[in-house]
Design a protein around this ligand. Structure first.
Ligand code: 6AU
Length: 264
């Protein structure tokens, strides 16, 4: 266990090199939650309803905004940003950028989504090399609020190619710009003992083992005791037959209990 994982979220606020991560750690401390809910729903009504009813239990809401039917900036983003202020959570657009710097800059700043305008957090594959970080970072130039990037260092899906040397090189890339690249999507603790990267872990589920399409689930305890800082949960919370409020409370409690046991 690295010394960072034994420190409280609150203690990490003072020393973290990323302004976005400092804001996130403060929200987690204040709201006592390390739960990120993945709002993988098809309609804007459902997205906004869940963001409102579950807002109190989460530090981050993760979106795939390109899957929302009848998307418009005014009807989806404007109210979502309003809810993020009301309930004090950050928005993470799970865009998984994967192109050359110049292209990802346009994808981040332009088009119908204008992700950089509203998503506090986004993520990218390391595959294209350092230009992808430089391109995304240059897109934040005119934004007056904290923005942060997660690199996909490991994936939860069966047979993922993001392992070993690829994962190590992804960690190296993140070191280029610690004020912007504040952490990883990963299954394990990554970085040197004294480096504070925020580890966000998908593929967490208490009742399922997989989804028949490659997803693999681990328990909350397994992820957090292994060094994960934030658990990402989607279908474990809102799959058919599950009550999202009950499940959010359950995952939040499990996540906080596992974290408290770790830092004790
Ligand atoms: O809990 P689930 O399986 O319903 O949803 C998991 C969510 C999905 C995936 O797109 C995403 O997490 N995800 C990611 C992310 C966040 O980048 C990486 C990964 O390795 N596995 C994964 O499931 O929205």
């Amino acid at each position: 266990m690295s010394p960072i994982t034994l420190k409280s979220y609150e203690d990490r606020i003072a020393t973290h090199p990323s302004p976005l991560a400092r804001r996130l750690l403060k929200i987690m401390t204040d709201k006592k939650t390390n739960l990120c809910v993945s709002l993988d729903v098809d309609t804007k009504d459902e997205l906004l309803r869940l963001a409102d009813t579950l807002g109190a239990y989460v530090c981050v809401f993760k979106t795939h905004v390109d899957t929302i039917e009848n998307y418009t900036y005014e009807s989806v983003i404007v109210p979502l940003v309003e809810l993020s202020k009301r309930h004090n959570f950050l928005i993470f657009e799970d865009r998984k950028f994967a192109d050359i710097g110049s292209t990802v800059k346009s994808q981040y700043t332009s088009g119908i989504f204008k992700i950089v305008q509203w998503a506090h957090i986004t993520n990218a594959h390391a595959l294209p090399g350092p230009g992808i970080i430089d391109g995304l970072y240059s897109g934040t130039k005119d934004i007056n609020e904290e923005r942060g990037l997660l690199l996909l260092a490991e994936m939860s899906s069966a047979g993922s190619l993001a392992t070993g040397d690829y994962t190590d090189k992804t960690v190296d890339l993140a070191r280029r710009n610690r004020a912007f690249t504040f952490g990883f999507i990963a299954q394990n603790r990554l970085g040197a003992d004294d480096e504070d990267f925020i580890i966000m872990t998908p593929g967490v589920g208490l009742d399922d083992k997989g989804d028949g399409l490659g997803q693999q689930y681990r328990t909350v305890d397994d992820a957090v005791s292994g060094g994960s800082d934030i658990i990402i949960v989607g279908r474990g919370i809102f799959a058919k037959g599950r009550d999202p409020v009950t499940e959010s409370k359950r995952y939040r409690e499990a996540g906080w209990k596992a974290y408290t046991a770790r830092v004790k």
